[in-house]
Unconditional design. Sequence first.
Length: 275
Amino acid sequence: MAFGQPRIEYKTNSQMRIMHEAGLVLSRALDAAVAAAVPGVTTKHLDDVFAAVLNEAGAKSNFLGYHGFPATICTSVNEEVVHGIPGGRVLEDGDIISIDGGAIVNGWHSDSARTVIVGTADPEDQRLSDVTRAAMWRGIAALATGKHVGDIGAAIDDYVSSVPGKPLGILEDYVGHGIGSEMHMPPDVLNYRTSHRGPKIKPGLCLAIEPMLVRGGIETAVLEDDWTVVTTDGKRSCQWEHSVAVHEKGIWVLSAPDGGAEHLVPLGVTPVPIP
Ligand code: MG
Ligand code: MG
């Protein structure tokens, strides 16, 4: 990159509108995978269901082949935090599974993750998922109201530490990221408060905001498959993620059909469609 060029890729409105198309395909594919996550099915089945929606829409997967990754989604069950590989594992009643996927339309990327509790939920797992999801929306709202990328992590951190009951840990080994002509781009989007404000939030910035929370310690390890990340204490973990665009009129959640209105309006932020 030439001297004086921005390190961050700022998108035009028309580029962000294509990213929104990629986000809408992704949202539908996640709907299908989430609906398919019931006791007795394999994680491979969820991958097949997800891939079928992408194929039907003519979208490409950005996960398949990424550094050799063999599937279109990551399926991370229980103590698996992220990057679990779909396969023969059969989902059991009470499992908590994060489904993380992405789609490419005309070269523009989207990335989003949801957590599902299969069958009967342990109330503490339900709380873990609810808090992680709410933390993600706090982070997204901070993208609209904040001045710097560091405001996102601060909002997530403040929210998680304000929740009554047993404290939940915020993972530090994995973070959110810029997204656009590639899936993973600068800047990093931390999920916790630091003394660094980070880059300024300005139109054209597109971020994947993805808090990962755990019921125990935040130490992680990578399994022998070189992909699956687990908590070292075996405690359960959870991830929620959306891709979000900043434009001159406001923000729009690219991977949500309503731009995030349902969850952002109660937080005082009204998403605005990309002009
Ligand atoms: Mg993801
Ligand atoms: Mg991501």
